[in-house]
Design a protein. Structure first.
Lengths: 312, 391
């Protein structure tokens, strides 16, 4: 059970992004409508291959235009960068095999595309760095009454035992704590948090205070499960993920998909609540690092050094 | 220590590996005295179960003597020197599934639950030596093994029964028994069992113990059918006759009241074109399992009867006869065996002499000859039914 709610895009009213969207549209329309004339204007000869390449590029530009003007996301900007690199490759090939007629126009087109590429890279990089607010939810059921489960969770310094991305939580006051976490690509992030709500047996909520590396907040609710089955635990985390959509995509590529991570965190919380510890196997000896261990250690006993590392 | 390791599709090798160590506080280390090769090990050998890694230790049927216990094992439960049989599914004993005696669905013992959840919708328990999908636990075809949550899993053997009499409590005897138990056998019931391998034989014995009037064994290996016939069961060789017609004839046209699939995903089919169809689909991964037995059991079972599935399936099947199943009010029951639920009562039946698990053992080999054992068992050479290995 999980949801992912990206906020409405701040790129909607970004002038550079809209400009690039219109540029895509202005380029795409003639490419699709009159590929022959367009190819001639570039100084490349009118062969079937050049014509179909021009049409294909036009379709791509129109797609980018629709994306950037309709629902702008940094991914579309990166799409444009990819397209630019494709165009440069094709133009380079055209230059290499050029018959001489209209060479000047081809050179000019190449220069123009190079300038556009620079603009696109600038736009993609700067717009991507805007963070994307994200909300994650997950739930599990533990066979223990809400009071006990609440007590376990409210011991904040134990959170790193089961939350994979947390390295340390230090309680600094009655309602304050200092958190240190590992972010994708080995970066460490730290923040101070304050407990905003604390209802014994029912609810704990917190948020980072000003100056956090990543603004974040969260809450966990403890609800009696029907039929005397213990406690339903519902966690909501909200945070501004650095790198926005691209950061998210990259993190997913490196196996740090946030939903999965929260699900796995809750699974380990359940293991601790029900059995007292995080379960380890020879294949996943690192306990909470299981997901980061792929491909896993073979399912055979560990050497002394491996064991030391795994239990560290 | 020496251990039998998976080294790639169709290849196992006895290798030198480190001795096991305690990883969790309720672990115990067992010095293995007997271990066995299971039919489901062949699915791993043949490469049908994803997430195997080179060097994984095989084996989930083992027993031995406790040589070390973790600090979390409370006094009076398990001690060094205890002789124990280890059930193949690892149970935590505390989650909702374990409390409901659904031990193989334990919610806590699979560190790779995220993967099994993607494949199965919900996670399943850890299993020894059975791929990383079931947790990446080292198996028991070795000199020593680590047993997780030993206090709620290991069954102490305090009588002087031999290893061979109790070893199969780890898996195949309870698995066969659960197959019959799920049939809810009534007076006069005819029970048909597909597969006369070790699990099928125990399903037949269990059906008889639970009161079946007649037990029918279906297979193509005559030596396996002979083994069933020697116990007084009726046999059907699917290479000689059409199974459904034969079953109708044996049951006065009603069809068997209860059908047990003790074959699973690598079934063969009497009609070669049907077999080739599923084999081809399996090869291109458009279905992962060959469900001939499941289809045949559903179509053969009498209306209102029960089809009980203990043969292993891993993924997707094709042409499931949903019409026969639905329109004829069949009940389909299944599960990886909840071994811990059956161990104690079955130990009682062995002590009484009601069930003799040793009757299926055809080969006894040293652990170092495990690869030979796999070859004998897989290729049904030398009338192989069950291989027991001793380290």
């Amino acid at each position: 059970m999980k949801t992912d709610t990206p906020s409405t895009s701040p790129l909607q009213h970004d002038r550079l992004v809209r400009g690039l969207g219109w540029a895509s549209a202005l380029l795409g329309v003639p490419q699709v409508v009159a590929p022959v004339g367009f190819a001639r204007a570039l100084g490349v000869d009118d062969t079937f291959r050049h014509r179909s390449a021009t049409t294909a590029v036009g379709v791509r530009e129109l797609a980018a235009a629709t994306g950037l003007l309709g629902r702008p996301r940094p991914a579309w900007l990166w799409g444009r960068v990819g397209g630019d690199l494709m165009d440069l490759t094709m133009l380079a090939r055209a230059l290499k095999n050029h018959d001489g007629r209209g060479l000047g126009r081809t050179v000019a087109a190449t220069a123009a595309v190079t300038a556009i590429t620079a603009t696109d890279v600038y736009a993609a990089v700067t717009r991507t760095h805007r963070s994307t607010p994200m909300e994650l939810t997950a739930a599990t059921t533990v066979t223990a009454p809400p009071d006990e489960v609440y007590a376990l969770w409210s011991d904040l310094e134990r959170l790193p035992d089961f939350m994979a991305h947390l390295d340390e939580v230090r309680v600094t006051g009655a309602r304050t704590s200092h958190w240190r976490a590992n972010a994708p690509f080995g970066k460490a992030v730290e923040w101070d948090a304050e407990t905003t709500q604390d209802v014994p047996g029912r609810l704990i909520a917190w948020r980072s205070v000003d100056g956090a590396d990543i603004d974040n907040s969260g809450e966990v609710r403890f609800v009696p499960a029907p039929g005397g089955r213990g406690t339903e635990i519902r966690v909501t985390l909200r945070y501004d993920l650095p790198g926005g959509a691209l950061g998210k995509a990259a993190a997913r590529y490196f196996g740090e998909e946030p939903h999965q991570q929260l699900d796995d965190d809750l699974r380990r919380f359940k293991q601790i609540a029900e059995t007292g510890e995080v379960v380890r196997s020879e294949g996943a000896p690192g306990g909470k690092r299981a997901r980061g261990e792929f491909p896993q250690h073979p399912a055979r006993p560990l050497t002394e050094n491996e064991l030391k590392e795994a239990l560290a | 220590m020496k251990a039998n390791c998976w080294t790639g599709r169709n290849s196992v090798e006895v290798q030198d590996v480190p001795d096991p160590s305690i990883l969790n506080s309720r672990d115990a280390i067992v010095k293995i005295t007997s271990t066995a090769i299971c039919g489901s090990d062949l699915h791993l050998l043949d490469g049908y179960v994803p997430t195997m890694e080179k060097g994984d230790i095989m084996g989930h049927e083992f027993m031995g003597e406790i040589v070390e216990v973790g600090p979390g094992i409370s006094d009076g439960t398990l001690r060094v020197g205890d002789r124990v049989v280890v059930p193949f599914p690892i149970a935590c004993g505390a989650c909702a599934s374990c409390r409901a005696q659904l031990y193989s669905c334990c919610e806590n013992t699979n560190p790779n639950a995220g993967i099994s959840e993607k494949l199965f919708g919900h996670p399943t328990s850890g299993i020894y030596g059975y791929s990383h999908l079931t947790g990446g636990f080292a198996g028991g075809q070795a000199e020593y093994a680590r047993v997780a949550f030993a206090d709620v899993n290991a069954l102490k053997i305090e009588s002087d029964l031999s290893d061979e009499q109790v070893l199969f409590l780890s898996d195949i005897l309870p698995t066969g028994y659960m197959g019959a138990d799920m049939c809810d056998i009534q007076e006069g019931d005819v029970v048909a069992v597909w597969g006369a391998g070790p699990v099928g034989q125990f399903a037949m014995d269990s059906a008889r113990v639970l009161g079946a009037e007649k037990v029918i064994a279906i297979d193509k290996e005559t030596y396996r059918l002979d083994m069933a016939a020697a116990q007084g069961y009726t046999t059907v060789n699917f290479e000689d006759v059409d199974v459904r017609s034969a079953l109708l004839e044996l049951t006065g046209g009603r069809g068997p009241d209860k059908c047990i699939d003790a074959v699973g995903l690598e079934a063969t089919h009497g009609a070669s074109h049907v077999h080739l169809y599923d084999r081809a689909k399996q090869a291109v991964r458009s279905e992962t399992d060959r469900p001939h037995v499941l289809r045949q059991a559903i179509v053969s079972c009498r209306s209102g009867g029960t089809v009980s599935v203990i043969g292993v399936y891993g993924g997707l099947i094709d042409k499931f006869p949903a019409g026969a199943w639905m329109n004829r009010s069949l009940t389909l029951r299944t599960g990886q065996c909840h071994v811990q639920r059956y161990m104690q009562p079955l130990l009682g039946l062995i002590e009484q002499g009601t069930i003799d698990p040793t009757r299926i053992i055809t080969h006894r080999l040293p652990l170092t000859e495990a690869p030979t054992g796999y070859d004998l068992f897989k290729n049904k050479k030398d009338h192989c039914e069950k291989v027991v290995l001793t380290p």
